[in-house]
Design a protein around this ligand. Structure first.
Ligand SMILES: Cc1cc2nc3c(=O)[nH]c(=O)nc-3n(C[C@H](O)[C@H](O)[C@H](O)COP(=O)(O)OP(=O)(O)OC[C@H]3O[C@@H](n4cnc5c(N)ncnc54)[C@H](O)[C@@H]3O)c2cc1C
Length: 389
């Protein structure tokens, strides 16, 4: 990637690199390497450390409390965090809700909700999907009924990631049945501790708990919980989804995993030569390396577009499809490189490089499903860039 950067950007990278490495507690780096589902405390700790430097909301506009970095500087910052094994920041607050509230929220909502997202004191979850409304999100059946001074919400949200430790939910609900499905939706802020919010854990294939089913049973929210205009939620929701797709490329984490795996494969094995000496493995590493570099360049292009005021369009879908497939390809290769050691549980793993790979590989089935299933993204790409109907 060096060729992409100017001298100033390389100097910025050196400064960020040494600062991150000095700030990052060793126990958090170890947990990040071995784990896939970090606790709220772990994420909040790292968030607070970054916020002390003004770096937590690194991609927010300056007037919202961001550091005023260019997209390339943000890219460098995220790459350095991943390379140091820093915990990820909360996807929902920092990456999705913050930019959405900044773009469409009222003055009062920005003043109330943005500072605690930035400091890591409040966590959010995303209540979009429902049992019959995932890919077909416009079929959302959760309703918000107008009452004196606010709204009453009823319905069921599915797959709510981090709902069990979130303080607030950004919730898509139907406010109008008389118009076409997309036109009758609105976006609300729901307090996860409000009476009528009931949560059931969902355990995923890796044995972890990161997702939940959330029931909303006569949940009362105030007028000030509505984001933007009533019945305009579909537009705001799509804005958030495009941010989600670009972020879900996870290009920096993939780069870090790939480099770790390559180093592991290059190391001598007990009773044999390094895995990387095998031409078949070398070829697979080379193919992944090329795809990863291509993805990095594409993500940079999307980020540059964003600074020039263009919101990500079909590029967000392209980046999501390629990024998610790459994440799976890396963990598939890891399973083969690590071999039978992959069966060890993280806490029993003799080698830190082996810990957590199996759980990660299993959970990774999800990346082609969430943030909009890849099949749906391919249809968006076909329609918008290839003109197919
Ligand atoms: C672990 C996990 C975490 C998640 N976290 C969240 C979250 O925090 N908040 C949230 O709101 N949602 C979340 N989701 C939900 C996620 O966005 C949906 O699962 C996803 O949009 C797919 O919807 P679905 O599960 O209803 O599947 P369906 O829409 O029923 O799709 C099932 C299959 O059919 C295919 N398919 C459906 N329609 C078409 C079509 N028109 N053309 C071609 N193929 C099609 C899909 O690609 C998929 O393979 C999460 C999901 C998972 C698994």
């Amino acid at each position: 990637m060096d060729a992409f950067f100017t001298d100033d950007e390389r100097a910025f990278r050196a400064e960020i690199r040494s600062a991150i490495r000095a700030m990052l507690p060793a126990d958090l780096a170890r947990k990040t390497r071995a784990g896939i589902h970090l606790s709220r405390e772990d994420m909040a700790r790292w968030n607070a450390l970054l916020d002390a430097n003004g770096w937590a909301a690194h991609h927010w506009p300056e007037e919202a409390g961001g550091p005023g970095w260019t997209p390339i500087q943000r890219f460098i910052f995220e790459a350095e965090c991943a390379a140091a094994d820093a915990p990820p920041l909360s996807v929902f607050g920092i990456y999705l809700v913050g930019p959405t509230l900044h773009a469409f929220g009222s003055h009062a909502q920005k003043a109330r909700y943005l500072p605690p997202i930035r400091s890591g004191e409040e966590f959010w979850c995303q209540g979009y999907s429902e049992p019959e409304a995932g890919s077909d999100l416009a079929s959302v059946r959760t309703t918000a009924r107008r009452v004196e001074g606010g709204w009453v919400l009823n319905g069921q949200k599915a797959w709510t990631t981090e709902g069990h430790f979130a303080d607030l939910m950004i919730c898509l609900a139907r406010t109008n049945r008389e118009v076409k499905p997309q036109a009758g939706l609105s976006l609300f802020i729901v307090d996860m501790r409000a009476p009528g919010v009931v949560l059931t854990p969902v355990i995923t294939i890796d044995g972890g708990h990161s997702v939940n089913t959330v029931f909303l049973d006569d949940v009362l929210v105030g007028d000030d919980a509505l984001i933007g205009e009533v019945d305009q939620g579909w537009g705001y929701a799509k804005f958030l989804l495009n941010h989600e797709r670009t972020n879900n490329a996870q290009v920096h984490r993939s780069r870090r995993e790939f480099e770790r795996l390559k180093a592991f494969a290059a190391a001598p094995r007990a009773g044999g030569s390094p895995v990387l000496d095998d031409p078949a493995f070398r070829r697979r590493f080379a193919v992944l390396e090329a795809s990863l570099s291509g993805l990095e360049a594409t993500v940079l292009r999307v980020l540059v577009d964003q600074t020039e005021g263009r919101e990500p369009g079909p590029e967000a879908s392209i980046v999501k499809v390629i990024g998610s497939r790459l994440q799976q390809a890396i963990s598939e290769l890891a399973m083969e490189v690590i071999g039978e050691d992959a069966l060890e549980l993280p806490e029993a793993a003799r080698d830190e490089e082996v810990a957590g790979w199996t759980e990660r590989h299993l959970f990774r089935r999800v990346v082609t499903i969430y943030a909009g299933a890849n099949e749906i993204q391919k249809t968006i790409i076909a329609r918008s860039t290839l003109g197919l109907r």
